[in-house]
Design a protein around this ligand. Structure first.
Ligand code: NAG
Ligand code: NAG
Ligand code: NAG
Ligand code: NAG
Ligand code: NAG
Ligand code: NAG
Ligand code: NAG
Length: 362
């Protein structure tokens, strides 16, 4: 017992030192399944889960961790590409709080991940389709708890504020709002719906700002109309146009809201990744990026393996490295590796006004 207390206090001391030294920024990650690293494993009722095979088949130990990928996802690979100590991306906050004795150490060491598969910008998104998700507003409340734990650990509010101001806030959200809009047969006109999301997104960002966030790495909505499920829904196998139109409109509205946000709060720095364009470039020219199959999912059932989820009774492809999509909605590890490299070091065509590496250094 005494030994563990000693270890715990050593860990705490190391964490405090590392927070004080000029160590890599902490990373706090928010959003949906594109960046969920296991949050939904802790939601017993949730149907949005990836804690069973064949998820994780290329993860160390072939472990299904809750990531919607054959291996690591974009959250992992972005943190790894960005930070020297980034061989591991921050763990789910819902796991960290189950270990109160190491919570502060973990928060100060790398940050936390709040992202929840199936969630969206609106509170109602995902809660019917997937029964239980953590909406973005609740993810931000959880960050408020994390922040109070960091402040308590450092025993100095101005030091904690400075640490949080240097931290990266990565957000990848919006797709599920559009999927729900489509699934529910919502007749709200597209422009009105995008404006509603944009207003809600602005409120979320202001709440994070009021909690001390200053550096925002925002990933916009990818061409969701081209995921295997939407190709199946189209029938002809081409992309579902109205969903791609949403993705494009969302990028434009997000670019404009971030510009306004940074004018209103001049100490805000941000980087906006155009997930639509960067993915379309790959779909238009797969072989340049090492892919052979950009329409069909590696794992799933039915047309394009896009009619049902990846699980142990689904089809599984042989050469996972050849595929852009792992399941009906999500990219493979290889695709996420390319995305992460563009987020961190890409040109303004894909990530602007600065990339994530410049944001981390800013
Ligand atoms: C973290 O902060 C919350 C809210 O202030 C508090 O209830 C909880 O006990 C803290 N956890 C630890 C381990 O300090
Ligand atoms: C979904 O969320 C909305 C908004 O929070 C709420 O009004 C509604 O009752 C929820 N529905 C379910 C099934 O939980
Ligand atoms: C709190 O941290 C600030 C900035 O690091 C430092 O200037 C100040 O002396 C610290 N206050 C206390 C009471 O240690
Ligand atoms: C399906 O794809 C075709 C192209 O083959 C396109 O013309 C049509 O608009 C698409 N349907 C929808 C609903 O997006
Ligand atoms: C896989 O998902 C399908 C739904 O597409 C379901 O019918 C089947 O029972 C699932 N298999 C397993 C092993 O969970
Ligand atoms: C692509 O996938 C293959 C097979 O999963 C793997 O061996 C290779 O390392 C991957 N390449 C990248 C860049 O992730
Ligand atoms: C995305 O691609 C479209 C069409 O090629 C182009 O008009 C637009 O400027 C691109 N966006 C960026 C940020 O480069």
């Amino acid at each position: 017992m005494g030994k563990w207390i000693l270890v715990a206090s050593l860990l705490a001391a190391v964490a405090l030192l590392s927070a004080e030294a000029n160590h890599s920024p902490l990373v706090f990650i928010f959003g949906d399944s594109t960046t969920d690293v296991g949050t939904n494993n802790y939601l017993k009722k949730s149907l949005a889960r990836a804690d069973m095979p064949y998820y994780g088949i290329d993860y160390p130990g072939s472990k299904a961790t809750g990531r919607f990928s054959n291996g690591y996802n974009t959250a992992d690979l972005t943190v790894r590409a960005l930070l020297k100590n980034g061989e591991k991306s921050p763990p789910p906050f819902l796991r960290l709080i189950r270990h109160p004795d190491t919570l502060k150490h973990n928060l100060l060491w790398c940050g936390a991940n709040f992202a929840s598969a199936g969630s969206g910008i609106l509170d109602a998104t995902g809660n019917v389709t997937w029964k239980k998700v953590v909406p973005l507003s609740e993810q931000i409340s959880q960050f408020a708890t994390a922040r109070s734990n960091i402040t308590a650990a450092l025993k100095n509010k101005s030091k904690a504020d400075a640490l949080i101001a240097k931290s990266l806030f990565v957000i990848s959200v919006g797709s599920n709002d559009f999927f729900d809009h489509q699934g529910a047969g919502d007749t709200t006109p597209p422009d009105t719906f995008v404006a509603t999301l944009s207003q809600a997104y602005t409120n979320h960002l202001e709440n994070l700002y009021n909690l001390g966030a200053r550096k925002f790495g925002i990933i916009s909505v990818p061409p969701i109309g081209c995921c295997p499920h939407e190709r199946f829904l189209n029938g002809s196998g081409d992309c579902f146009d109205s969903m791609n139109d949403f993705a494009k409109a969302f990028y434009v509205s997000t670019a404009s809201l971030l510009l306004d946000f940074s004018v209103k709060y001049p100490d805000v720095k941000y980087s906006l990744a155009d997930a639509y364009n960067m993915t379309m470039v790959v779909i238009a020219d797969p072989s340049t990026y090492g892919f052979k199959e950009v329409k069909k999912a590696c794992c799933g059932i039915g047309d394009f393996n896009g009619e049902g989820p990846c699980n142990k009774t689904a089809n599984l492809c042989q050469n996972r490295g050849d595929y852009l999509f792992y399941d009906w909605f999500h990219p493979t590890q290889n695709a996420s590796t390319i995305a992460a490299s563009i987020l961190c070091d890409g040109p303004p065509q894909f990530v602007s006004p600065i990339n994530f590496r410049q944001l981390a250094l800013a």
